[in-house]
Design a protein around this ligand. Sequence first.
Ligand SMILES: C[S@@+](CC[C@H](N)C(=O)[O-])C[C@H]1O[C@@H](n2cnc3c(N)ncnc32)[C@H](O)[C@@H]1O
Length: 224
Amino acid sequence: MQNNVVKNEFDLKAGHYETNRLAQWYKAHANEILNQVHDFDSGDILDIGCATGYQLRLLCERFPDAKLVGLDISDKMTQQASEYCEQLSRDIHFITDDWENLTDESRTMLENYSFRLIICANTVHYFIDPIRAIRQMYEMLDRDGMLLILEREKTSSPLTLLWGVLHRHLIKDQVEFYSADTIMAYLSQAGFKNVNVLSSIKKYFWKGKLFTSIALIKGNKIND
Ligand SMILES: C[S@@+](CC[C@H](N)C(=O)[O-])C[C@H]1O[C@@H](n2cnc3c(N)ncnc32)[C@H](O)[C@@H]1O
């Protein structure tokens, strides 16, 4: 599977992403991230794999002074995100691009911001090269910036384990689920410090979904 296949998949999901069966599950993740953002005081925020911008709309209420940017590979997602934001009194800037193959134009746009917080929720498992993608997050962050990655934790959810096996052997695409330890190792390799699991949620049945096991992982960019 190439990233254009991922784009097509999410183009089809954009119109009902915030109302479908899994919407309340994803929204609960966004609220969990919001609850855990304690260390952020000022600066700009980038959400990679922002989908329809629900997370950014939550952050915009909490952080009225931050400039907010969402990036997603699916133009239908960013279009829908912009429509949801029409009623807001603030601008959120949405960029349609592939984080793994940023155009020069997107890169230049992004470099105009000072990102002190980058969020990437439920998206790392789509990356072809997650280590490179995380390294790019490190580079895009400002000094003293923080990265938050939320992902399914494959070692403690039989459902995620099963999906991983199906993706690898039957669907044969690039989707790969990780353990929290593996993602933390990727952050450390990219240069992040203070890498740890800020919170984890393990539930047999939660927000309409069986066997939830998610981890919210944090890393700080600390320039020596
Ligand atoms: C499962 S959704 C998660 C959306 C949102 N972060 C959330 O937690 O509800 C994954 C999102 O990542 C986007 N995505 C996947 N691969 C991407 C890439 N290489 N670059 C940018 N966006 C990507 C998809 O289009 C989709 O909107």
